[in-house]
Design a protein around this ligand. Structure first.
Ligand SMILES: N[C@@H](CCC(=O)N[C@@H](CS)C(=O)NCC(=O)O)C(=O)O
Length: 218
């Protein structure tokens, strides 16, 4: 049988692109990526809401990371990142929904975009936006920490898609000074990030800056 290949259209520094890459790594599916700005005409033809990533796999064109990751796991990984037990499955689904609906929008608009715009586009740092978002970010991290204190992974005993969504959203927060200060005070969450970040799938999908920082002498 030919080895399946996933073609990703996305951006290099993108949380959701990394989620899809990580699931492909877990499933042993090879992937390629074509840099595609989310708001480009070309991307709007692939994703009418103007988001990345979109993918092609097995002759299918797909968008929306939940659909993409479940497809890859179901067809190419025996569904091993999704619990069979409906109660544990509901917990996984809950945490993916929390990540998509509450964590990502708050982290992205309140902290990551202001920081990235400042660092890459050299625009003045919008500390007012960051300051305004920090109370919610701190509260959300506290909720996430309380959950991960109770079991090794977000849905319980086993590593699932929920851990991949959560890790790929929390790690960029930890890479900012504000996020690191908050997470440093939340030991169970910090330990989970350290442990989870050692998985091969997450090591091989690190952003360039993470790789550079890891190479720096401590
Ligand atoms: N619901 C989408 C969210 C994707 C998303 O928000 N991607 C971000 C990049 S990580 C994006 O396209 N941002 C560009 C924009 O909103 O203009 C999914 O699950 O794939």
């Amino acid at each position: 049988m030919p080895v399946p290949t996933l073609h990703i259209h996305g951006t290099i520094i993108s949380t959701y692109t990394r989620i899809v890459q990580t699931v492909a790594e877990e499933a042993g599916v090879g992937w390629t990526i074509t840099a595609t700005p989310a708001q480009s005409e070309e991307n709007r033809r692939r994703h009418p809401f103007g988001k990345v990533p979109t993918v092609e796999i097995d002759g299918l064109s797909l968008y929306e990371s939940v659909a993409i990751t479940q497809y890859i796991d179901n067809v190419h990984n025996g569904g091993s990142l999704q619990p069979d037990d409906p109660k544990i499955r509901a917990e996984m689904d809950r945490w993916i929904a929390i990540a998509n609906n509450y964590l990502f929008p708050t982290f992205e608009h309140g902290l990551l975009m202001p920081r990235l715009a400042h660092e890459y586009l050299k625009t003045p740092l919008r500390s007012d936006i960051i300051e305004a978002a920090l109370p919610d970010i701190a509260r959300y991290l506290g909720i996430v920490c309380e959950r991960i204190e109770m079991s090794p992974h977000f849905a319980g005993p086993d590593f699932t898609l929920a851990d991949i969504f959560l890790y790929c959203m929390l790690r960029p927060v930890q890479m900012t000074s504000e996020g690191r200060n908050l997470i440093d005070q939340l030991l169970p969450l910090r330990h989970w990030l350290n442990r989870t970040g050692k998985r091969d799938s997450l090591l091989s999908t690190r952003w360039p800056r993470e790789i550079e920082n890891a190479a720096e002498p401590k």
